[in-house]
Design a protein. Structure first.
Length: 250
């Protein structure tokens, strides 16, 4: 069973197994987000020492594509909440190499027709604490445990190389909700952290509309930025999302 299939199975199992508690008769919230994803910069050098620095988005072309994300949240009480996020992402690049590229032990020639793959699947478990709970304004802070399943690959006729990595990253979490009235509002949600070895940010700013107490719709802009600068890998990317989402509480 693949990691993404296992993660979704765990999310569904928890939703069916845990009953409603002190959080009320609708402690569960499932959120589906989708839209279009575009690549900003995506710079790669593997290995960091001795590899060739090239760009999957500038030296090659990465086409926009559709994406989706799935989050399942459980309110333990009014102030405490747990959530699980599944966020798959694979971008494909095509073009002609403007110069020779040494990547993951393989020498790719200048002028070769090339296909690139950038995969950054994210699996996250988040704890939120409601620090501020006003009538129109709510602020949650917390911690996110993130597992990344990443791959950068390059292929030309007769040659191929790939670097994969599965790793754990701890992140700080923030969510700010400002309701203008009973239906319209603004939401800012972010996971992020930085260290000497690299950084990671995932930020959403969205307008929200609540047609009923159980349903919420949103539309906005999300970006994911960051990467790693370590001995084995240099890779920094900025990904843009035009996002639309729906949340249902039960």
């Amino acid at each position: 069973m693949k990691l993404n299939d296992l993660y979704i199975l765990v999310m569904l199992t928890l939703a069916m197994a845990m009953p409603a508690t002190a959080a009320g008769d609708r402690p569960w919230t499932v959120e589906l987000e989708g839209g279009a994803v575009f690549s900003g910069y995506n710079d790669v050098r593997i290995p960091n020492a001795g590899g060739t620095l090239f760009s999957l988005s500038r030296d090659l072309d990465i086409a926009a594509k559709a994406y989706y994300r799935l989050r399942l949240s459980y309110a333990i009480s009014r102030r405490h909440e747990l959530s699980m996020l599944y966020a798959p992402l694979t971008l494909k690049a095509q073009g002609t190499l403007p110069g020779p590229v040494f990547f993951e032990g393989v020498q790719f020639p200048q002028g070769a027709a090339a296909d690139g793959i950038f995969t950054f699947n994210s699996y996250r478990f988040t704890y939120r604490y409601r620090l501020l709970d006003k009538w129109r304004l709510r602020l949650d802070i917390g911690l996110t445990a993130k597992v990344r399943d990443a791959e950068v690959a390059l292929t030309t006729p007769g040659l191929t190389a790939s670097k994969t990595n599965v790793g754990f990253v701890p992140l700080l979490h923030l969510r700010l909700i400002w309701d203008w009235n009973d239906r319209l509002g603004l939401m800012l949600e972010a996971d992020g952290a930085a260290a000497k070895q690299g950084r990671a940010e995932d930020v959403l700013l969205a307008l929200t509309w609540r047609p009923s107490p159980r349903w919420q719709l949103r539309v906005g802009y999300r970006f994911v930025e960051g990467g790693a600068d370590v001995d084995e890998v240099y890779n920094f990317a900025w990904i843009h999302y035009f996002a639309a989402g729906v949340a249902f509480s039960f």
